[in-house]
Design a protein around this ligand. Structure first.
Ligand code: MG
Length: 257
């Protein structure tokens, strides 16, 4: 075999192997084994917390919570029959801990004898991140809209004055209802300007109502929405000033992401 034929055979073999190698994908190619996801124990069917959750309220005490108003004469929210009862006189209540990104489970109940209409019918709210000093924040609305209409971007399941829920998944007043929330906090630059917007996904009573919504800023009752540097932040529950009977909360847990 002369040298020319030898080299052309080597080249042909190389090209064949290269082409064959590219075409011969194996199922194993995209598979990897490390790092392995952490093993946890899922909660029970009654929406109990999984083993890696931070328990914010399990009916035993209010140790994880504090009023946002710092007055010495403040009345706290109260523990009644294993539930946390909103005290409208004392103002909003917030977690002592601060969080950034999380999965939150929370249950609420609007009394069966609720009265009022529009925004004055079982109004409370879950602020995924309170602003400094306990003011404002980003509110997921709590309201009785089982048979009560209001502006749609202010009804239960809405991100207040920004985006209505995809569906109305309200249960009757008197029944326990639940939210599952995935909150990705806004990111800020050193000078306090916004780097990336907040995002939220919400299930109301197991039904998707907000799908990875990008927030335009906070959710004020009055005025323009804007971002204010506030991360990490407490989670805050609203003591709304409407005249209707107070709301109860229970079974609140969170997993940091
Ligand atoms: Mg509200």
């Amino acid at each position: 075999m002369n040298r020319k034929i030898f080299y052309s055979l080597v080249l042909t073999a190389f090209i064949t192997m290269t082409v064959y190698g590219q075409q011969k994908a194996t199922p194993e190619q995209p598979e990897y084994y490390s790092p392995a996801p952490k093993v946890i124990t899922p909660g029970s069917a009654n929406f109990g917390a999984p083993s890696d959750a931070i328990i914010l309220f399990d009916g035993k005490n209010l140790d994880e919570w504090e009023p946002t108003r710092r007055s010495a004469s403040i009345e706290k929210w109260t523990l009644v029959d294993g539930t946390m009862l909103v005290n409208k006189k004392s103002g909003d209540f917030q977690t002592k801990r601060k969080f950034k990104d999380f999965q939150l489970h929370i249950e609420y109940r609007i009394p069966s004898d609720i009265n009022g209409s529009g925004q004055s019918r079982g109004n409370s709210g879950i602020f995924m991140a309170a602003l400094p000093g306990g003011s404002g924040g980003y509110e997921l609305q709590v309201l009785d809209n089982y048979n009560n209409s209001t502006y749609v971007n202010g009804q239960a399941g809405s991100i207040y004055k920004q985006n209505p829920p995809m569906v109305n998944a309200c249960l009757k007043p008197g029944e326990w209802q639940r939210y599952e929330v995935v909150w990705i906090a806004p990111r800020f630059k050193e000078d306090g300007s916004i780097e990336s917007s907040a995002r939220v996904t919400v299930f109301h009573n197991g039904v998707l109502v907000q799908n990875n919504l990008v927030l335009t800023g906070d959710t004020p009752y009055l005025g323009n929405t804007e971002y204010k540097k506030n991360s990490p932040s407490p989670i805050k529950l609203q003591a709304h000033g409407d005249k209707s009977e107070p709301i109860s909360y229970r079974n609140i847990w969170l997993r940091e992401l």
